[in-house]
Design a protein around this ligand. Structure first.
Ligand code: ZN
Ligand code: MN
Length: 472
């Protein structure tokens, strides 16, 4: 009898604010240890937190983008635990009155197709510092630069049924949050972290005992870690043992999960409302206007590209995967390029450069000029790609570049006729076959003329001359 896997994910994303959650320290990345700190985020006695309004706005935008209900009143609570990287001895979080609850969005499962994944809650909290175990041999160092960084914790319902589905959920969630401008969502920089809960059961039975896997540094490793944990749990159950509620850590090098500690229950944290922070009260008019100001989200954009622009599904998926790419594509269309032509260029030359460097070396307006030269027959598509390659290195006027590189298509009748005559006399066999009715050989002759012209002949202008010379 088979097992059913049940996965729920807790995702922490860093809100893209300039400063920390409760103090004015910059929320930067990669500074020297303990240099972006102040009495508030160091947890010094008597220092009081002041809420960052932008963190509230971004948390609200994120909640609305995920289809959650944003509550007019939410409460910051102290989550008490003792760890060297938590200077106050508690984390300011939200507990029984979170900012938002009850969202859902569609994820395309690799196994089940489109599914709806529920969002149990989105709450706001501050990050802790970082314990560094590899800086000083035999000791643990503490860096508090991250302490107080604003986070949204997003908890999904137990709606995912496989490790691959969990990964698809993460890709979709990340895309939504990046589109909404809520977070950079970079796992390398720690601005997106995943804790995964997994249990197995026989289909139709109540939920089994779940465990939590931490320490995964990529979506691919989330999938690997969950596969390992699923196998571990099934192994236990099939040998008559029980699964116990533990927190595990994933070792990417070995692909194994190892128990870290027994998992805490909520009551272990002794939550209580933070007396230093009043309840967060949001006016309903503000929530409404924040919702109205939401940018176009991925699903709406995909729909627009498919229907209004008539692009095929594959193109739509590639163009909308990253908002920056979608914006470049739209700017190219706005500069006058027909959507399918723009899509081909963006998915080809433009994306291969962007994937390597993360920058768009050629502006959409320049690209549009290059495309226009192809449309007008001034240069061939092949020549246009070469011009584009030159523009990546240094910006220039595409028309001047085409002249300088000798790429302007020759449409001069005499020059074309010269090449055609050379080709016709060089290939008597093919000429005979063409005259005998093998019409598809026209492509061969066009290719030969292009070759002879060094790619400069205008293929459209060659055809009538060829047909005239080849006529029986
Ligand atoms: Zn600070
Ligand atoms: Mn949390």
């Amino acid at each position: 009898m088979r097992w059913e896997t049940v996965v729920g994910l807790e995702v922490h994303v860093q809100l893209a604010t300039r400063t920390k959650m409760f103090c004015g320290c910059p929320a930067t990345y990669g500074e020297a240890p303990n240099t972006v700190v102040c009495p508030v985020c160091l947890g010094l006695t008597g220092a009081l937190p002041v809420l960052n309004a932008e963190a509230i706005r971004l948390g609200t935008v994120g909640a609305l983008a995920l289809g959650c209900t944003v509550h007019p009143v939410s409460v910051f609570a102290r989550k008490n635990y003792f760890y060297p990287d938590l200077p106050k001895g508690y984390q300011i979080s939200q507990f029984d009155k979170p900012l938002a609850t009850g969202g859902a969005f569609e994820v395309v499962s690799p196994e089940r197709g489109p599914i709806t994944v529920s969002i149990t809650r989105l709450h706001l909290e501050e990050d802790a510092g970082k314990s560094l175990h590899d800086r000083i041999p035999g000791h643990t160092a503490v860096d508090l630069n991250r302490a107080g960084t604003p986070l949204a914790e997003i908890v999904s319902g137990p709606d995912l049924r496989s490790p691959a589905e969990a990964r698809a959920y993460l890709v979709t969630l990340r895309q939504l949050l990046v589109y909404a401008g809520v977070s950079e969502c970079s796992m390398e920089k720690g601005s997106l972290r995943v804790d995964a809960n997994l249990s197995v059961r026989r289909p139709g039975e109540p939920l089994g005992v779940k465990t939590e896997v931490k320490n995964m540094n990529s979506f691919a490793n989330v999938e690997r870690a969950l596969e390992a944990e699923r196998a571990r749990q099934i192994g236990l159950l099939e040998s008559g043992e029980r699964v116990t509620q533990v927190t595990l850590t994933f070792n990417a090098a070995t692909g194994e999960v190892k128990p870290l500690r027994s998992k805490e229950d909520a009551h272990d944290y002794r939550y209580f409302p933070d007396p230093d922070l009043p309840p967060l009260v949001l006016e309903s008019a503000w929530i409404t206007s924040t919702r109205a100001a939401l940018p176009e989200l991925p699903a709406a954009r995909r729909n627009r590209y498919a229907t209004a622009m008539g692009l095929p599904d594959y193109d739509v998926g590639v163009l909308t995967a990253e908002p920056a790419v979608a914006a470049y594509f739209e700017a190219t269309v706005a500069a006058g390029v027909e959507p399918k032509t723009a899509a081909n260029w963006v998915m080809g030359e433009v994306l291969s450069g962007w994937n390597d460097t993360g920058v768009f070396a050629v502006s959409p307006e320049r690209l549009a000029q290059v495309v226009a030269m192809v449309e007008s027959g001034t240069v061939s598509l092949q020549a246009a790609k070469r011009i584009y390659g030159e523009l990546v290195t240094a910006d220039a006027d595409p028309a001047a570049l085409a002249t300088r590189l000798g790429l302007v298509q020759v449409r001069d009748e005499d020059a074309l006729a010269g090449w055609v005559d050379e080709v016709v006399s060089a290939h008597p066999d093919e000429v005979a076959r063409f005259r005998a009715g093998e019409a598809k050989l026209i492509g061969f002759f066009v290719g030969q003329v292009m070759k002879r012209s060094g790619g400069k002949a205008d293929p459209k202008a060659i055809q009538p001359i060829l047909k005239e010379r080849l006529a029986p």
